[in-house]
Ligand binder design. Structure first.
Ligand SMILES: Nc1ncnc2c1ncn2[C@@H]1O[C@H](COP(=O)(O)OP(=O)(O)OP(=O)(O)O)[C@@H](O)[C@H]1O
Ligand SMILES: Nc1nc2c(ncn2[C@@H]2O[C@H](COP(=O)(O)O)[C@@H](O)[C@H]2O)c(=O)[nH]1
Length: 414
């Protein structure tokens, strides 16, 4: 999912400010480039190269760099994270707050029209440090909100998996499990892709290097990690994501751009933990001993590091489950119904785009100006929220006719 793309190691010397660009592109994916030899690559200010079909691209200047979006190059620079949008009938781009570029795809489906190229967000800066390269990241705009993910940690055998299963069973349409990657061997009943993505160490290490993981840690002698995709898949399904990860992983997530609720589960005693671990019968004697040794340090850290918002004792399972539900705002009367999906708004294919304060105005070039037609689409930037890296959630958009909606419409824009 995270991919390197054709990126030029070129920086802009020109003094262009393409804040309102509107260019058509044909099929394929929309790569992103940084240009440093602007004139050489783009003699006309922005690229109008053709590769046999109607292929053009958009450039946009951010600080001292020019980003070419939708261009074609043979060089790879910098690292491009995230899922790259497929090209539609063209796109418009506008710079937001110097840290991300909003890209509106023409003629796309309503769930695929808004993308962001993050160029200097928290996530990008973090990944630059981790990867030691220049980084940009695609982030898909998603309408509506999903509640904060839940990170559940605790020593092996304390009952995390049991509690998570209970939640998923009672609220199947509300929660989704983040399927981790691990290098440990599958247990008897475990299925690849459901309980874990079972993988080789060398493959996982390469994917970690490529920035595919939100967090990873060596736990009880094996590598475990949460891929960005694992969290995205759940959130895109409109569900609240549950992560079952160790304390080191929780610490990394806490430091990441993923806003979550952190819950630590403690055993009533070490003896009881040992009993549960042995009764489960999934570990070798050597593994049981290792896990118990690690448990002491984990409990110590879980209680003291200040990572966790809530600490629960799993003595009586029913009581512990009740407390967990309370933390998650699920009282007795909560049912599993999901929020209603926001109403779609159809974007005019032939449009121009501009930014007024914190609003993006997408206007039809061929306004119908009749009752019922909505020629202006307004995207409220104040509604935007981070999600998992790779998603920008909360897009609030509405359609209006500036002439017929009169003052109401104008007021909305101010
Ligand atoms: N409150 C409880 N009282 C008694 N047994 C429990 C309780 N909670 C869970 N168990 C049992 O303890 C065992 C370990 O639970 P579980 O597999 O959910 O732990 P876990 O924290 O997910 O472990 P791991 O981190 O190794 O995956 C299971 O056999 C489960 O049925
Ligand atoms: N940091 C992470 N820890 C993880 C992840 N997935 C699971 N875990 C933790 O590993 C231990 C052992 O799990 P087991 O399935 O082998 O018993 C347990 O504490 C899990 O919470 C992950 O993606 N990242």
């Amino acid at each position: 999912m995270y991919s390197h793309h054709f990126l030029h190691n070129l920086y802009c010397t020109g003094n262009f400010d393409f804040r309102n660009i509107d260019i058509s592109i044909s099929m394929g994916e929309a790569p992103a480039f940084i240009l440093d030899d602007f004139k050489k690559a783009l003699p006309n200010g922005f690229d109008l190269k053709s590769n046999g079909c109607e292929t053009t691209s958009t450039t946009i200047v951010v600080a001292n760099k020019t980003y070419l979006i939708g261009g074609i190059s043979t060089e790879v620079y910098p690292t491009v994270l995230g899922t790259t949008p497929k090209l539609g009938k063209g796109f418009s781009a506008v710079l937001l707050n110097e840290d991300r570029i909003l890209i509106i795809k023409k003629g796309s489906t309503p769930d695929d029209f808004a993308w962001f190229l993050e160029v200097d967000t928290h996530h990008v800066r973090q990944q630059k440090k981790v990867l030691g390269t220049e980084v940009v990241a695609w982030s898909k705009g998603v309408r509506g909100n999903v509640k904060k993910p839940i990170v559940i940690s605790g020593p092996s055998g304390v009952g995390k998996g049991t509690l998570i299963s209970m939640l998923m069973e009672e609220f199947p349409s509300m929660f989704g499990f983040s399927v981790s990657h691990t290098t440990r061997a599958p247990r008897n009943m475990e299925q690849d892709g459901i309980h874990y993505h079972f993988t080789d160490k060398s493959v996982m290490e390469k994917e970690i290097k490529d920035g595919k993981f939100l967090e990873f840690a060596s736990v009880h002698g094996n590598l475990y990690g949460t891929s960005v995709e694992a969290v995205e898949v759940v959130a895109d399904d409109g569900k609240r994501c549950i992560l079952d990860i160790d304390v080191q992983g929780a610490r990394s997530v806490r430091a990441s751009s993923l806003e979550a609720i952190f819950v630590f589960i403690c055993p009533p005693s070490m003896d009881e933990l040992e009993k549960r671990l042995r009764a489960r019968g999934t570990e070798t004697e050597e593994q049981v001993l290792k896990r118990l040794r690690n448990a002491e340090a984990e409990i110590e850290q879980g209680k003291s590091l200040g990572i966790f918002d809530h600490i629960l004792y799993n003595d009586d399972l029913k009581e512990c489950y009740k407390s967990l539900k309370k933390i998650l705002g699920l009282d007795e009367s909560t049912n599993a119904a999901t929020e209603t999906a926001p109403k779609w708004v159809d974007l005019p294919v032939d449009h121009s785009i501009s930014k007024i304060d914190q609003k993006i105005i997408i206007s039809s070039r061929t306004p119908e100006l009749k009752k019922g037609s909505k020629d202006l689409i307004v995207l409220d930037l104040l509604s935007l929220k981070g999600g998992a890296p790779g998603r920008t959630r909360g897009l609030e958009i509405y359609a209006m006719n500036p002439f017929l909606d009169g003052l109401n419409g104008i007021n909305k824009l101010s």
